[in-house]
Design a protein around this ligand. Structure first.
Ligand code: ADP
Ligand code: MG
Length: 628
């Protein structure tokens, strides 16, 4: 048997790091600014504990583009490195000085916000540069060091000329990466990754207009001054305490996050945990449109104020991806694959924490200001309904504040609704029948009929409501939903007094046979009912089950795909107490009888919105003939 150690040759590893470590070349700048930030935060910590006896001051990081020289400079005023430290931290790939620092200072350094972790970030510079130089001077009393490497594993290290403390990284940009010598491209990267980093970042200068001196003439131009152009906000709202922020601050931060978003958010949730994991952030409920697919301003994920991604799939439960805002957690690694994230235990905990916080916030909004909650309901219901469908934990909580509006604009919780209709709306099996409409105009006559009978009609028009109703029907006892036009109300809801039929049994039989013979369309099932004489003679209803299946097929989900098209199925309710129905029965000429039946059927179809195209044209033409 032979044992040994696999020999990893640096010559081979180096190009691999350059090529495959990061899929996105542009993140090199994020990595180098993260290192500059770490160096500054380390110095801050060391001065605060008295280990570094230097003035911390107001350090900042500077980015400089030298287009002619094809160079990009990243300069910090952090703790710097001695020659020895360069050998340790830079020449050893995958040895993280950040990790070492955190271990050395343990608890005290836990909250410094240090970003580095894997000891690989620095080498991302070689994805865009042929040669990289480091000129660095430590806060310790030692000469500066000058390191240079041309992308092969060979480096040079000599004494440097730098006098002031800190580090300057110089990238000699490669020919295939000259985009990173464009000011606009650098600005783009800074605003994507570094917008909220904790140390001020200077990129170029900008002109500031000063107030005019006293006594200046109208036509005198206002004086100006060149000032450093700081591109980031080092103290974003989510890093502050909720008690220190006003509503206006939250709105202002929303604007900062999404400058192109003109609609104000409905409300926010400030996240703040430090056990069993670290997480801060602010989530916003935006006004949502019915179109669930339009979603470009998304939740952004940060690690210690460094932007990681705005693809939070797997970290935030799916129903909450419709929200906006920021989540920041040092426990979420900067560079990891999505599948890794989804399997990660910490990430799972984060997800259920966020779900809980959102439910709690909604619950307190509901309790503290119901009126306002009702006013916002239409804009937030999709998130809540989707959450109730997809997360059982959320359902339990949301069941207490989810609202069911009526067509007349009243809002009930499920419990309130149950209480309200328990004596009037039950079927023969004592099941609660919850009536609802999905379109006030199209179902107008049905809604009116239900209201005349004193029933409550809900307005349920979200795209996923069919799925939610199904969920409620299975999770609650003795509850069923029926759209107002799903069935004849007297069939749906058990009632004491029913109208007495004016027709004899033989007459009814004859009428039914004649109707079935004349109506050739087999989608209609004829049903005779003795109703009030003022009710319509013909009414079309569509069985709840069939219609809902069709709708759910359209919105997808629930394994409904591939079931093929559902057949059309309608009930034709004929009111045997109506004068017209009597006339149909007693008409002697077959032709006239047929015409009365077809015309009445078409009128019923028209009122249900089922008469279209050629049939509608023929109907109109026939009607004109009749009134002529
Ligand atoms: P990580 O940041 O994960 O520790 P990097 O490869 O990004 O790994 O950097 C390696 C180490 O080099 C850092 O941990 C740090 O000790 C040192 N270093 C890199 N950049 C700087 C800098 N600007 N100032 C001081 N030290 C630095
Ligand atoms: Mg780093």
């Amino acid at each position: 048997m032979a044992k040994g150690k696999i020999n990893v040759s640096v010559e081979n590893i180096f190009p691999l790091i350059k090529k495959f470590l990061y899929s996105d070349h542009e993140i090199f700048l994020r990595e180098l600014i993260s290192n500059a930030t770490d160096a500054t935060l380390k110095l801050k910590h060391l001065t605060s504990i008295g280990e570094a006896k230097v003035e911390y001051g107001n350090p900042r990081i500077e980015i400089k583009v030298d287009k002619e020289g094809k160079k990009l400079h990243i300069i910090d005023q952090g703790l710097g490195m001695t020659e020895e430290e360069v050998k340790n931290y830079i020449n050893q790939v995958a040895f993280s000085g950040a990790e070492e620092f955190l271990n050395k200072y343990e608890d005290g350094a836990k909250d410094t916000g240090i970003i580095g972790h894997f000891g690989l970030g620095f080498y991302s510079a070689f994805m865009v540069a042929d040669t990289v130089e480091i000129i660095t001077k430590s806060y310790k009393d030692e000469p500066a060091a000058h390191w240079s490497c041309d992308g092969s594993p060979n480096f040079t290290l000599k004494k440097g000329k730098k006098e002031d403390r800190g580090t300057e990284i110089i990238l000699h940009i490669a020919d295939d990466s000259t985009e990173f010598l464009e000011e606009s491209r650098i600005n783009e990267l800074l605003s994507k990754y570094n917008k909220f980093m904790p140390i001020p970042i200077k990129f170029g200068m900008r002109t500031e207009t000063l107030p005019k001196p006293e006594g200046a003439k109208e036509e005198d131009p206002a004086p100006t001054k060149e000032v450093d152009n700081i591109v980031n906000n080092p103290n974003p709202a989510w890093t502050k305490q909720p008690a220190d922020l006003e509503d206006a601050d939250y709105k202002g931060f929303y604007r900062e996050l999404y400058p192109m978003q003109f609609e104000e958010p409905l409300f926010h949730i400030h996240l703040n945990v430090d056990y069993p994991f670290n997480l801060t952030g602010i989530l916003y409920f935006p006004k949502l449109t019915q179109d669930l697919n339009v979603q470009k301003d998304r939740i952004q994920l940060y690690q210690n104020q460094v932007f990681v991604t705005d693809n939070v799939e797997g970290i935030v439960p799916e129903f909450l991806t419709m929200l906006r805002g920021v989540i920041d957690s040092p426990d979420i690694p900067l560079n990891v694959s999505r599948s890794y994230l989804q399997a990660d235990g910490a990430v799972k905990k984060i997800s259920s924490y966020i779900t809980r916080k959102v439910a709690d916030k909604l619950s307190s909004l509901f309790k503290n200001n119901r009126e306002d909650f009702e006013a916002k309901w239409n804009d937030i219901k999709i998130v809540i309904e989707y959450g109730m469908l997809s997360e059982d934990k959320f359902f339990e909580k949301a069941d207490k504040f989810a609202l069911y509006p009526t067509v007349d604009g009243n809002f009930y919780t499920f419990e309130e609704l149950q209480e309200k209709i328990k004596d009037t709306q039950t079927d023969k099996d004592d099941k609660l029948v919850i009536l609802y409409a999905s379109d006030k105009d199209a179902q107008h006559s049905y809604i009116e009929a239900a209201k005349t009978k004193g029933y409550e009609v809900l307005m349920m028009d979200s795209p996923i409501i069919g799925h939610l109703m199904q969920k409620l029907e299975t999770s609650k006892e003795k509850v069923s939903f029926a759209r107002v036009d799903a069935d004849h109300l007297d069939n749906l809801i058990k009632k004491e007094e029913t109208a007495i039929s004016k027709l004899s049994d033989e007459e009814k039989e004859k009428l039914k046979a004649e109707l079935e013979e004349t109506i050739t369309n087999k989608s209609y099932t004829v049903q005779l009912e003795a109703m009030d004489s003022s009710a319509s003679p013909f009414i079309i209803t569509e069985p709840e089950f069939m219609r809902r299946m069709k709708e759910m097929q359209q919105t997808g989900g629930g394994g409904m795909f591939g079931m093929g098209n559902m057949p059309e199925m309608y009930n034709l309710i004929v009111n045997t107490n109506h004068e017209l129905v009597n006339e149909i029965l007693n008409t002697k000429t077959a032709k006239k009888k047929e015409r009365l039946i077809n015309q009445s059927l078409d009128l019923a179809r028209l009122s249900k919105g089922l008469l279209k195209g050629e049939e509608l044209t023929a109907f109109i033409k026939r009607s004109y003939e009749m009134v002529k």
